[in-house]
Design a protein around this ligand. Structure first.
Ligand code: IMP
Length: 429
């Protein structure tokens, strides 16, 4: 009856999709518990590349059932587009395999318009959101005026709810932001059409997962975003509006902690971030270009959702240790180890200096974070291409030593490292 959890240890984009897809082999159910289509997973299976924003990457595994949990904000336009895309590729996405919790909240075009307008109004203080309407949808949820997926079951009532909702948001768009209002009737007609398509996917997510866990099924919670984008524990206010951390899993799916078995953290072999906000180990110049790639390959460091070049830096153990505190990881998976091949030396941040004082604890205030300068240790690199390595002995000694060094520093086992984008490109330790 285990619930296994996969969580990003950084600012998202850690390569969780590939690990989820690998682990989905053994999972009966894969569940999304937070965020929305601000997430982007690129999963490579054989020659096929799948880019998913909402549907859990476990869908690619034919024996797995996927569910969008109550903690997710769901944009039906994107969800239906992904269904159609997967259908075209011959993947069964019938309501037998794909479910939506009735308590998940719905994103509307009014949320997207508000996200865009408020970001523009912030000017140089913009969060750098994905402009997918995530923040405004969670604002409606916490303000207790959101529209839940359960409304798809009653299209007539949904039409009224949507008209009311768009009319109210139009007032804000016009009066606060001077933005164009939306046509409430057109949005209502569109959402009634969506409701007819999506109603068959609705379930009571809490009962479904409880039944599954009691029946000894294996449930995998697929993280989106990362620990440092968490509304409470991230680099506030440069965060997302949900809880990607392990606490968010329990709320976002409605399950109790007694079922939790493994909490697996996923970290890149270096660090990346999209959007604004502090990034103590950020690099620029040639090394940044080297780690980011040129964008010619789908796994280069450009946002899956927005296409923005990601900011990059060395691996930061201060952050990683903080993520371990918050999430209670049982083990850690490293992705993109292959990207470090060809470097003479590799730096790892082991502490920060703030006003000349050394600390190994991640500061929780923006003021302190902005003053941090990284303290690095330097490890020898390796020149060999490691993309065909499958067992530790295939790796050069320095690559093995890099993984062992991280494991020793954080006090957790590292069962896997990925050495390429494909599912098979993994070394098991
Ligand atoms: P929002 O979630 O669109 O409101 O964006 C808030 C912040 O989270 C921005 O800095 C985004 O770039 C970042 N963000 C949201 N989702 C992801 C993700 O899946 N990967 C990386 N960054 C993300």
């Amino acid at each position: 009856m285990p619930l296994n959890i996969i969580i990003g240890t950084q600012w998202g984009d850690e390569g969780k999709g590939t690990i989820t897809d690998m682990m989905a082999d053994k999972a009966d159910i894969v569940a999304r518990y937070s965020g929305g289509d601000n997430a982007g997973h690129t999963v490579t299976v054989g020659d096929e590349i799948f880019k998913l924003h909402l549907i859990p990457s476990g869908i690619i595994n034919s024996n797995t059932i996927c569910i969008i949990g109550n903690g997710v904000v769901l944009n039906p336009t994107i969800f239906i587009r992904e269904i159609e895309e997967l259908e075209k590729r011959g993947i069964d996405i019938s309501p037998n395999r794909l479910k939506i919790s009735k308590s998940a909240h719905i994103i509307t075009p009014a949320h997207i318009a508000l996200d865009t307008a408020s970001e523009m109004a912030r000017g140089d203080k913009a969060i750098g959101t994905t402009k997918r309407g995530i923040g405004p949808a969670y604002m409606d949820k916490t303000q207790r005026v959101g529209i839940r997926a359960e409304a798809f079951a009653d299209p007539e009532n949904l039409a009224d709810l949507i008209k009311e909702h768009v009319t109210e948001k139009n007032q804000i768009l016009k009066s606060i932001y001077g933005a164009e209002p939306l046509d409430e009737t057109a949005v209502a007609i569109q959402y009634v059409d969506y409701a007819k398509r999506l109603a068959p996917y609705l379930v009571d997510g809490v009962v479904m997962l409880d039944d599954a866990l009691r029946a000894d099924k294996n449930v995998l919670a697929e993280g989106a975003q990362g620990t440092f984008l968490d509304l409470d524990h991230g680099t506030y206010p440069y965060v997302t509006s949900s809880w990607p951390t392990s606490g968010g899993v329990l709320i976002g799916l409605g399950v109790g902690p007694k079922y939790v078995d493994r909490v697996i953290g996923v970290t890149k072999a270096f660090t990346s971030r999209v959007g604004s906000g502090p990034f103590p180990c950020e690099l620029d110049g040639d090394m940044a270009l080297r780690l980011r790639g040129t964008g010619s390959k789908p796994w280069d460091e450009f946002g899956t959702t927005t296409g923005r070049p990601r900011r990059v830096g060395w691996l930061d153990l201060v952050m990683l240790k903080h993520a371990i505190r918050i999430n209670g990881f049982t083990d850690l998976v490293i992705s993109k180890l292959d990207i470090l091949s060809g470097l003479d030396e590799i730096k790892v941040c082991v502490a920060y200096e703030i006003n000349g004082e050394r600390t190994e604890n991640y500061p929780t205030t923006l003021t302190d974070l902005e003053k941090c300068s990284p303290v690095y240790e330097t490890l020898p690199g390796w020149q060999e291409d490691i993309m065909e390595a499958r067992v530790p002995s295939d790796l050069p000694e320095n690559a093995r030593a890099y993984v062992a060094y991280i494991s020793e520093k954080i006090g957790l086992p590292i069962p896997y490292a990925s050495v390429g984008p494909a599912r098979r490109q993994t070394v098991a330790f």
